[in-house]
Ligand binder design. Structure first.
Ligand code: ATP
Length: 220
């Protein structure tokens, strides 16, 4: 298991002009669909880590999920629509922002590339990669893990139902100690397909888009 560090002194929002964020969280995902679990994680990370900005980066091709039996088989929602859902999910939440840089880059989505691009966009900023405990133990399978380590601090969020998942040996990380929600995209897709309500799991704007586009077998 990796080495846990204490969360360091927080940066100050007051000292930082809005267009020059110094502490930036990167919450990458497939977001098919985004849900209240993602939004709460973004809010808690923003507040507890004193982040100026939390970017919800929409994966163009989440290659680890679209593999055998993954979302490709089930039908991954096109990236533009996943981006619209993320924009709807974060709307009105200070500092939370949808980002399409991985879609613009195209191809399979590698976090190492995303971090390098963000360093160019926000020179000198501290980057924090926010991941759920369900994916923490798989960090070694990421492409160019050394670059991920070098360019960002890993922050693990204990996702209910996946408590205790931690990075492998060799990874330093911080733990976000916050009560999070037990909700998953797969559960929402399944509920929609079965005609069950999802109001408690997704922001209203996301539910509207699922409805309008008949996603996940939604009856229109
Ligand atoms: P699926 O159910 O299709 O696997 P998901 O709900 O895990 O999807 P993703 O878009 O794959 O959603 O998640 C992106 C990131 O958000 C991952 O790091 C994941 O661990 C994290 N995450 C997802 N759901 C939660 C949650 N309820 N609380 C905290 N983090 C979460």
């Amino acid at each position: 298991m990796g080495v846990r560090r204490r969360i360091g002194p927080a940066g100050s929002l007051i000292d930082v002009p809005g267009n020059n964020p110094r502490r930036i969280g990167v919450l990458g995902g497939t977001f098919d669909p985004p849900h209240n679990g993602h939004v709460l994680a973004g809010i808690e990370a923003r507040d507890r880590l004193k982040l100026d900005l939390v970017l919800f980066t929409v994966a163009n091709d989440p290659w680890q999920k679209t593999g055998v039996g993954g979302l490709r088989e089930a039908g991954l929602t096109r990236a533009e629509l996943r981006l619209s859902m993320v924009e709807a999910a974060v709307e009105g939440h200070r500092g939370l922002q949808a980002d399409d840089l991985e879609m613009q880059r195209g191809g399979p989505t590698y976090t190492a590339d995303t971090l390098i691009e963000l360093e160019g966009r926000y020179p000198g900023a501290n980057l924090f990669v926010l991941i759920g405990s369900d994916v923490a133990s798989a960090l070694d399978s990421w492409i160019r893990p050394d670059e991920v380590r070098r360019h960002a601090t890993i922050v693990v969020m204990d996702r209910p139902g996946h408590d205790g998942g931690r990075p492998p040996n060799g990874w330093s990380y911080e733990l976000l100690e916050a009560p999070l929600l037990e909700v998953s995209a797969i559960d929402i897709r399944s509920k929609v397909g079965s005609g069950l309500p999802i109001d408690a799991q997704v922001p209203v704007g996301v539910a509207d888009l699922i409805d309008q586009h008949g996603l996940y077998g939604a009856q229109r």
